[in-house]
Design a protein around this ligand. Structure first.
Ligand code: MG
Length: 384
């Protein structure tokens, strides 16, 4: 009998959730969905609940949760309490965290404290509270944390369990976003539609804007530091527009290991679910002769100050990454609501980071407080 994983899928109606469902459809004998969590899109959720015969749903928005409970007979909970109850439910042994934003942090930490395995697509968890999550992993060696972000899955695969002292540096690839070749002096004219056009990956709005500012790569640098225990001086970013090489590890013996593939999130999601096993997956195969050439460029820290800000916040440590992450969420939200232009994003973030009283991080409450402070500060800095 194959061992079945009972999964809590957080973010079931988002882009990661969608890819996860594609993977689970291919392996109904290996993976079962014990429960799902979503923000508010219950119309998208209902067919999923039916198709996968799911008994438990958390809808973050309480009104939408109430609406769902009138249309569906399964267990429905709302809010952060609902998320925590789903993660803790005895029917769940694996938490796939595809939530967007800092809201995903507590469920990650809770799952690890309960000795469960987390497949982590919510990079904000490690950015906001990586120190706390790593401490919890040391206390609960039976728990697991497997990266899903394509770059971090690539590094995880290239490292293949080797200790970090064998590593010279890791290299995160970045598509460069839609403005890689656009002159900086035209950034003032960037529209929302321009910024929402990602060259290679199809993703949610928030992460697509983060890819355009390169903040996504910045957050991934901090995430990589926390996931692999590698210092910021040993983390490099290289621009690789076709997103075929997903990231690389330079070992001390001169070997440079890379993981390649067509950009499809089903690959890292399935690997996080099946690790250390590799299962069959119906997904496009890469034909190198058709690809022809692979291009790489150094990142432009001048044109994309968000990448520099993330390195700075990461090196400062403590609550600085939580502040940067929350300020970024608030600023991107303002941009998506047409309240600020694209080119103002980095300056607003630098401003908030500069005013923050950074402290060491001892508890999730401190991370949440730093997060809330940064969001308020963004609103106030805009009013002044
Ligand atoms: Mg990524």
């Amino acid at each position: 009998m194959p061992q079945i994983k009972h999964i809590a899928l957080l973010g079931a109606t988002g882009s990661i959730g969608d890819s996860t469902l594609k993977v689970i459809r291919q392996h109904p004998d290996k993976f079962r969905i014990a429960g799902v969590a979503i923000g508010s899109k219950i119309d998208l959720l209902l067919p999923i609940l039916k198709e996968f015969d799911i008994p438990f749903a958390v809808v973050f928005d309480p009104k939408a949760a109430e609406a769902l409970s009138k249309q569906w007979s399964g267990k429905v909970l709302a809010g952060m309490d609902g998320l925590m109850e789903l993660v803790a439910d005895p029917s769940v042994d694996y938490v796939l965290n595809g939530l967007v934003g800092s809201i995903g942090c507590r469920p990650t930490l809770e799952a690890i404290r309960l000795g469960k395995t987390v497949g982590l697509a919510n990079k904000e968890s490690m950015v906001m509270a990586g120190d706390l999550i790593n401490a919890a992993l040391r206390r609960h060696p039976e728990a697991g944390l497997i990266p899903i972000d394509s770059e971090h899955s690539a590094i995880f695969q290239c490292l293949a369990g080797r200790p970090v002292h064998e590593v010279d540096f890791i290299q995160l690839t970045a598509s460069g976003g839609p403005f890689r070749e656009r002159p900086k002096n035209t950034f003032e004219a960037i529209t929302k539609a321009d910024a929402l056009k990602h060259p290679t990956w199809v993703m949610g709005a928030k992460i697509t804007i983060d890819s355009a500012t390169l903040m996504n790569k910045g957050l991934e640098v901090i995430e990589a530091h926390q996931l692999f225990g590698i210092g910021f001086d040993q983390i490099k970013v290289v621009v690789h527009p076709s997103s075929i090489v997903h990231s690389l590890v330079q070992f001390r013996d001169g070997s440079l290991m890379a993981q390649l593939g067509c950009p499809d999130m089903c690959v890292p999601i399935q690997y996080a679910l099946s690790w250390p096993e590799r299962l069959q997956l119906e997904t496009p195969r890469l034909d190198l002769a058709t690809v022809g050439k692979l291009e790489f460029f150094p990142p432009d820290f001048e044109k994309f100050p968000c990448l520099r800000l993330a390195f700075e916040a990461g090196r400062r440590g403590g609550t600085a990454p939580a502040v940067l992450n929350a300020a970024n969420e608030a600023v991107v939200d303002l941009f998506l609501n047409d309240r600020i232009p694209f080119h103002k994003i980095p300056a607003l973030l630098e401003n908030v980071l500069g005013r923050a009283a950074i402290t060491e991080l001892h508890s999730i409450e401190e991370a949440v407080a730093a997060d809330a402070w940064a969001r308020r500060e963004v609103v106030e800095s805009l009013a002044s």
